[in-house]
Design a binder for this molecule. Structure first.
Ligand code: ZN
Length: 384
């Protein structure tokens, strides 16, 4: 069966690159992936498959192989970022202000190619569901749309690959346990009567109160939460006041709380509320706290991680790489609330020049990684 995959990759290697470049040049934002959906659906239909578009009109799933027994799901995300591309590539984004700076064009291409290659095998050992998911880049993420549409029913295990420019093309990194973090947003809006800075005792000192929260909340969290959970609170924006001698009436600060531990994630909101309340009570400053929960951490289970390791090792002797847990959030975790699974990092660095991170305007990838991704995914299916 692996000979079929070899032949498919040999015959369609150029097609894969052309598909990726087409998608790259025509990026679409979250929940607007209409042309991307149509592009994928057409190619699957041409191959005799029956893709099912999600109720929202973007994103699709497609089943292959035996219908009896539980299926294995393979997931790709399809959306681009609201960011101007600055790679200078000939296949650069044709849409001003939107680009595939997170490599979802590659994820979509790898999964499409995987589906078409597997479709050439008559007796797949297990049923497969391809999940082309919309809206990974927005909170709480399109994975919830897929789950809500019932497309996780009948799935026993789910896998995903994400581009990683810290790894060279040909390498794929996986780790047991948390691989991404939960990422929640905290915003506090402060309110005071304001006043003259010569008489802070006659009002409530809003800037002083904010200062206690700026340093106090991250500090107290590090003492109330086990540091081994990788829990980190950082303020990203703080605004208040204008004049040196006036106590302002309003202020705002916002930041993120991240954790690699699922149980800690469920406890963070009440803890943050308790600590902010305790810090501000003696200052008398009124406030409103908005806590927005993001996504849980992606936690790779042991069987899925071992399956990934085997599948990666079979693509090449040195292919399997270590990878750290990242502080970034990834909505793949919503699937793992329902079924076990794992995410791995697909190396996309060319090995020459700088390793440019994702989510910045000059990110591009080494297209040799596309075939590696297809081999990892097809190995997962053919050897299960
Ligand atoms: Zn991404």
């Amino acid at each position: 069966m692996n000979a079929v995959i070899d032949r498919w990759l040999h015959d369609h290697g150029d097609d894969m690159i052309a598909w990726r470049r087409h998608l790259h040049a025509h990026p679409e934002l979250a929940r607007h992936e209409y042309a991307t959906t149509e592009f994928v659906a057409s190619r699957l239909t041409e191959a005799g498959l029956s893709p099912q578009i999600l109720p929202g009109g973007t994103g699709l799933t497609c089943d292959l192989g035996p219908s009896e027994g539980a299926r294995i799901a393979l997931r790709a995300d399809m959306d681009a970022l609201p960011m101007q591309e600055l790679t200078g590539a000939t296949y650069s984004s044709t849409v001003p202000g939107i680009s595939h700076a997170c490599g979802h064009d590659a994820h979509t291409t790898v999964l499409l190619a995987t589906g078409l290659a597997l479709a050439e095998i008559d007796d797949l050992p297990v049923g497969v569901r391809l999940i082309f998911q919309p809206a990974e880049e927005v909170m709480p993420g399109g994975a919830l749309d897929v789950v809500a549409a019932g497309r996780l029913e009948g799935i026993s295990r789910i896998f995903a690959l994400h581009c990683d420019p810290r790894l060279e093309a040909g390498k794929v990194g996986v780790r047991l346990g948390p691989i991404t973090s939960a990422a929640d947003t905290v915003q506090v809006v402060f309110d005071s009567p304001g006043g003259h800075t010569s008489r802070p005792h006659l009002t409530t000192d809003l800037v002083y109160a904010m200062g206690t929260v700026i340093t106090g909340l991250p500090g107290l969290l590090s003492r109330r939460v086990d540091p081994r959970t990788g829990t980190v609170m950082v303020w990203g924006a703080v605004q208040a006041g204008q004049a040196p001698n006036a106590i302002p009436r309003t202020g705002m600060m916002t930041g993120t709380v991240r954790t690699g531990d699922h149980q800690t994630w469920s406890l963070l909101e009440p803890l943050v509320r308790e600590l902010v309340d305790g810090l501000l009570a003696p200052t008398g400053v009124r406030y409103q706290l908005e806590y927005r929960r993001g996504v849980p951490p992606v936690v790779n289970d042991d069987i899925s991680t071992r399956m990934f390791e085997d599948a990666i090792t079979r693509t090449g002797e040195d292919a399997l790489a270590d990878t750290p847990q990242s502080g970034g959030g990834e909505d793949f975790s919503w699937y793992l609330e329902d079924v076990p699974g794992a995410m791995a990092r697909l190396g996309v660095w060319s090995g020459v020049g700088e390793q440019l991170d994702i989510h910045q305007p000059t990110f591009d990838l080494d297209e040799r990684a596309l075939a590696v991704g297809v081999r990892v995914f097809t190995n997962l299916i053919l050897d299960s």
